[in-house]
Design a protein around this ligand. Structure first.
Ligand code: BYC
Ligand code: FE
Ligand code: FE
Length: 471
């Protein structure tokens, strides 16, 4: 079904035919817009931004590019097309027809998954709201805004499911999405990493590289869901997620490229006096963001996760490509655990290790981009290797919470951790230095001194195109 843009809420779910649902969502819409004005990108309401808007959910030609004031962005409800005769692909209901309504006995679990997913979307917009004051270029500013409006749309995707399928408590949960705020001491966002401020652009690129990648993996697992509306929502969200990770990966590549250029030009590792970010600092930011993102996968052994799997609500990454019985009854797998301050492994039933399996897939995917960073560093003839820290490093959820470990995964004492922490994680001085570089550059085509030019512009436009018009 084509997206209908003549509606107050653009959609491809036939909203005109469901007056009650339409009215409920039309009541939520002004609250969302108020939230965007109050908690979205600061001082941005009048800017005209060269944005991409989805016009169809088909793979070919689903986007339109043009100047938009963000409050006028057409946030809407778009589901991927249904698959003919789709069947549940895993768990105890494998082979049965997918659900088009919420199965009553799994209502609480499904609601919890949708609420947790939905909560992260506005959280990220809140976390990033200050960044538009310090953009390194118009090109980057536009990309930030593109990510922000799409995360706003991802919230719409989950709010639609809550309104359409969960009745009154769904509507209440939808309202709560706009009441919790990132970093709010009284009403924080649900997952910890979504309460960290993202106030500099190195952190933003780390965020879109690592944290949006958690989004990719969680959405992929939910796209396997036997609850078909959730699956179809997530499948369309994934098409937008790819751009967020492009922003992260290309952003980090450009920062690293600039650092290497300065290292060569001045024959030193210490590029700070020349306005670049030294690779050691980049490594410390990477250590921080990767470790807090591993926490987003939950505990290595989790009864919740086992239930989601056996109920057919949340699958594995690319479940259908895995060559096993997709039920996993009696199967076991080794997961880490801590015993006497040593990292050991133990066998658990595979369904209980779903969080761990997804995290391992995430780690492999994260490493691929880091390999590309290292290739760039090597090609610049610089002797440095960026590394993902060991999963035991700086963890607060799961097997490794409560111990201290080095980035290599050696368990250490609290005293050693305190003494060396600032070698491994960004120190107050690192933050102050990175912040000192964050001066806005808004002349078309110009870049801040700590980041290289992008390879190309957006949608065939030149790099010096006026991606944002200020009013
Ligand atoms: N922080 O059984 P466990 C995205 C709680 S990102 C705080 O291991 P489970 C995006 C947990 O609630 C993708 N608390 O957890 C990216 C439980 O509490 P109770 C977001 C945490 O349920 C960038 C207890 O600890 N989507 O889209 O197996 C920009 C036991 O934990 C945390 C999803 O996450 C934490 N990190 O797994 C924008 C998908 N972790 O019951 C957007 C939906 C756990 O003891 N969520 N706890 O009170 C899920 O699938 C699961 O909820 C989780 C956790 C994988 C997150
Ligand atoms: Fe998202
Ligand atoms: Fe995202």
């Amino acid at each position: 079904m084509k997206i209908d843009y003549n509606q107050t809420i653009p959609n491809n779910v036939g909203l005109v035919d469901d007056r009650r649902l339409l009215r409920a969502l039309e009541q939520w819409q002004p609250a969302f817009l108020r939230w965007w004005q109050q908690m979205g990108p600061v001082g941005s309401a009048a800017h005209e931004v060269y944005l991409r808007t989805a016009i169809s959910v088909e793979n070919d030609g689903w986007a339109h590019y043009g100047y938009v004031r963000m409050p006028d962005y057409r946030w809407g409800i778009f589901l991927a097309e249904p698959e003919v005769d789709r069947r549940i692909g895993f768990g105890q209901h494998i082979g049965q027809k997918v659900w088009t309504e919420v199965p009553g006995e799994y209502r609480a679990e499904l609601r919890r998954l949708i609420v947790t997913q939905g909560d992260t979307e506005p959280a990220s917009v809140e976390q990033q709201r200050e960044l538009c004051r310090t953009c390194p270029s118009l090109y980057d500013l536009r990309n930030l805004f593109q990510v922000n409006v799409e995360e706003g749309r991802h919230l719409w995707a989950m709010v639609y499911l809550l309104h359409a399928y969960f009745g009154r408590d769904g509507r209440e949960e939808a309202d709560e999405m706009l009441v919790r705020h990132a970093g709010d001491p009284d009403k924080p966002r649900i997952l910890e990493a979504f309460n960290e401020p993202t106030t500099d652009w190195l952190s933003f690129f780390m965020f879109t590289y690592f944290q949006d990648r958690d989004g990719k993996f969680q959405l992929a697992a939910l796209a396997e869901s036997g609850f078909d509306p959730l699956s179809r929502s997530c499948r369309f969200m994934l098409t937008e997620e790819a751009h967020h990770m492009f922003v992260g990966e290309s952003g980090l590549l450009r920062v690293i490229q600039r650092s290497c250029e300065l290292m060569r030009a001045h024959d030193t590792d210490d590029v700070r006096p020349f306005g670049g970010i030294d690779l050691a600092t980049i490594q410390r930011f990477l250590n921080f963001h990767y470790s807090i993102c591993l926490d987003l996968f939950g505990s290595e052994r989790s009864t919740n996760a086992a239930n989601y799997f056996s109920m057919g609500l949340k699958g594995r990454y690319h479940e259908s490509r895995i060559n096993d019985d997709h039920r996993l009854i009696g199967a076991t797998i080794e997961v880490p655990r801590i015993a006497d301050d040593r990292i050991e492994r133990e066998f658990v039933e595979t369904p209980r290790a779903m969080n761990f399996l997804l995290r391992e897939d995430y780690a492999r995917d994260s490493q691929r981009g880091v390999d590309r960073f290292n290739k760039l560093i090597r090609e610049a003839s610089v002797d440095f290797t960026l590394r993902l820290p060991h999963p035991a490093f700086n963890r607060r959820i799961g097997a490794f919470q409560g111990i201290r470990a080095t980035p290599e995964g050696r368990v250490i004492s609290e005293a050693e951790w305190q003494a060396k922490r600032d070698q491994w994680l960004p120190s107050a001085a690192d933050h102050a230095f990175v912040r000192s570089l964050m001066v806005p550059v808004v002349e078309p085509g110009r870049m801040a001194g700590w980041i290289a030019l992008p390879k190309r512009g957006i949608h065939g436009q030149k790099i010096d195109f006026a991606y944002v018009l200020f009013h």
